[in-house]
Design a protein around this ligand. Structure first.
Ligand code: ADP
Length: 381
């Protein structure tokens, strides 16, 4: 019995009603026992004074009758209250305990890995009218949906990583087998091919590490006022000679009077290197790449535009998704794995900025823009 009581909310509710009824009955009974006789006697004394002897004979009978009537009424009230308590606790138990139990079962199922599990939301579809229990059910379902989505992402990530590792590993293994069997000559081009694939593997692993760090938000930003001109200048200086080699013009347009932005120089440098590096990669020889910075309200917009292969409208919404590549069959020797823009997006958002891509269409170039907050006057160096 005690065990049952401890484990069931319905029984606890019923018992609390019972206690209230019991206390009420005891109070009423004691009132009837101690207070009523005195009041009765006072009235009878007044009556005796008025009526004479006949009153005292009547008194005994009247008092017993009255007392019996009070006790009967009390017993009846207690019984009625008991029945009401049973009905009410059944009703409340159905309204409260049933949804709680449903959530308990669902959370156990989720813990076992059934992430599609959801609970019914008690009450109507109007959100404003939901009680705490219904809101708890709504939050529960949101949590379950989030877990389901995270699980799907985790599976997809493992699949993607395995896929990305397979290609360079197969190439390395193939070349090594060729060398062992004597089919491939043990010459510089063979070793260079192996080296390039190993290099690609290494870059992939570095990118993955970086991706997991930025996705977990596990990096510290050393934000301070920096000039956009310096940020752009550093990226351009690092990649300048590669543009020359490929025969692409690289121009910058950053007004000298632009106010300093609030940024972590290294992190934003990384974003710029990625965008300018992509522009270099996706622009054929003879093309142009332009890096511009402009003030727009409380932000500075930094854009990297190219005259390269462009991006079709149907791909634009996805290019910041990890591992997403427009041309999946493209030989990626020297190319990336579709992680760079995902990392860039996380870094820009950590600065309180936004990043997006625009392109009129394939072969018509693209523009990548990100925003950074302008440093307040008090923050200037
Ligand atoms: P990757 O390392 O493959 O370049 P990113 O995350 O940097 O990965 O870019 C994702 C995809 O977006 C690229 O594979 C490419 O299809 C597209 N993309 C990025 N930059 C450009 C650009 N400047 N011009 C055309 N397509 C681009």
């Amino acid at each position: 019995m005690m065990r049952r009581l401890r484990r069931h909310l319905g029984w606890k509710l019923f018992l609390s009603y019972l206690i209230v009824i019991l206390v009420g009955t005891v109070v009423l009974a004691s009132a009837a026992e101690f207070m009523v006789p005195q009041a009765f006697e006072r009235h009878m004394a007044a009556m005796a004074a008025a009526m004479g002897d006949t009153a005292s004979e009547l008194e005994v009978d009247l008092f017993t009758n009255f007392r019996n009537a009070v006790n009967e009424a009390l017993a009846l009230a207690a019984l009625a209250a008991f029945l009401v308590a049973v009905v009410v606790s059944l009703f409340v138990s159905r309204r409260i305990v049933a949804p709680v139990r449903e959530m308990m079962v669902a959370s156990q199922r989720i813990a076992e890995g059934h992430y599609h599990e959801r609970v019914n939301v008690p009450g109507g579809p109007v959100r404003d009218e939901l009680d705490e229990l219904a809101r708890l059910a709504v939050s529960f379902n949101q949590m379950a949906a989030k877990l389901e989505q995270m699980e799907a992402t985790r599976r997809e990530l493992i699949g993607n990583v395995a896929h990305e590792l397979r290609t360079p590993l197969a190439a390395i293994k193939g070349s090594m087998e060729g060398l062992i069997d004597g089919v491939l000559p043990a010459e510089a081009p063979t070793f260079q091919r192996i080296y390039r694939e190993a290099d690609r593997l290494q870059r992939l692993v570095t990118d993955l590490q970086e991706l997991s760090r930025v996705e977990a938000g596990a990096f510290a930003l050393n934000v301070r006022p920096v000039s956009a001109r310096d940020l752009v200048g550093a990226a351009v200086a690092r990649l300048g000679h590669q543009f020359e080699e490929k025969g692409i013009t690289l121009e910058t347009d950053v007004p000298a009077d632009l106010p300093p932005v609030l940024a972590d120089e290294d992190r934003i440098g990384q974003v710029l290197l990625n965008l300018v590096g992509n522009a270099l990669q996706y622009t054929p020889a003879g093309g142009q790449v332009r890096v511009t910075a402009r003030r727009r309200g409380a932000k500075v917009h930094i854009s990297v535009s190219d005259t390269g292969i462009g991006i079709a409208a149907e791909h634009l919404p996805f290019i910041f998704t990890r591992f997403y590549r427009v041309d999946k069959s493209r030989s990626r020797v020297g190319g990336g794995s579709g992680i760079g823009l995902t990392i860039a997006e996380h870094l820009v958002e950590a600065h309180g900025g936004r990043i997006w891509a625009e392109s009129p269409g394939p072969a018509q170039g693209s523009t990548f823009t990100f925003t950074l907050p302008i440093a307040k006057r008090s923050e200037h160096p």
